[in-house]
Design a protein around this ligand. Structure first.
Ligand SMILES: [Zn+2]
Length: 215
């Protein structure tokens, strides 16, 4: 399963518990990040943010027992301006190289509303079409989104129960270790900690694409 992400930390802050569940169930996982996350407003570690975050991603991936990581160098914050074909080709090439059986992505709407997240999901969906692979989205319940938006003025997009296909019971210990390794982003991030608290030991998934059966 290839997690297709916009930024280093998306695989941990967002998908970490789901990735850990997949690994625990014997599924091999890989992470593609389109950017180095150099444009983040959070800068809780000294040094060039693009370099710092590449190192953080490598360590977090080890904590989540991710088998392979591809860190691309598209401009952080600018994914919607990049030709979609280029991004889809990136995903197809990587998926082929690692023998992907499906993609794990942020929900349509990007969870936080970040345009980069939405673009990453759009690219993975088209790659899924091209390769006839499943695309499954990490989603958050509308109650969690509303609670965060009310408290923090954020723009989280949640899903109703009817829109959610799978509810996973998760253990967050590996995710929390991975998050801590993204020190530049995790040290001053109350929204993240509140979200994890609200989600508790469950994560929600939605199918964005099921592979069609041929023949
Ligand atoms: Zn992100």
């Amino acid at each position: 399963m290839v997690a297709v992400c916009a930024h280093p930390d998306d695989e941990s802050f967002g998908l970490g518990a789901v990735i850990d569940s997949l690994t625990a169930a014997g599924t091999s996982t890989a992470v593609l990040s389109f950017t180095r996350g150099e444009a983040s407003r959070l800068h809780g570690a000294a040094g060039d943010l693009g370099v710092v975050r590449a190192t953080e991603l490598a360590a977090a991936a080890r904590a989540l027992m991710v088998s392979d990581v591809l860190l691309l160098d598209h401009a952080d914050g600018a994914l919607p301006g990049i030709d979609l074909d280029i991004l889809v080709d990136d995903v197809v090439r990587y998926a082929t190289a690692v023998g992907a059986g499906g993609f794990l992505v942020f929900d349509l709407g990007g969870i936080t509303g970040h345009p980069d997240h939405q673009r990453a999901t759009e690219a993975a969906l088209l790659a899924g079409e091209r390769l006839n692979l499943a695309v499954i989205a990490w989603s958050i319940p509308v109650s969690v989104a509303d609670s965060l938006n009310g408290a923090f003025g954020t723009a989280f997009a949640g899903r109703t129960e009817a829109e959610i296909d799978i509810v996973l019971r998760v253990d967050r210990s590996a995710q929390k270790r991975a998050i801590a390794l993204h020190a530049s982003q995790a040290t001053d991030n109350p929204v993240l900690w509140r979200r994890l608290e609200l989600l508790g030991d469950t994560e929600c998934l939605r199918w964005l694409r099921r592979p069609s059966v041929t023949g």
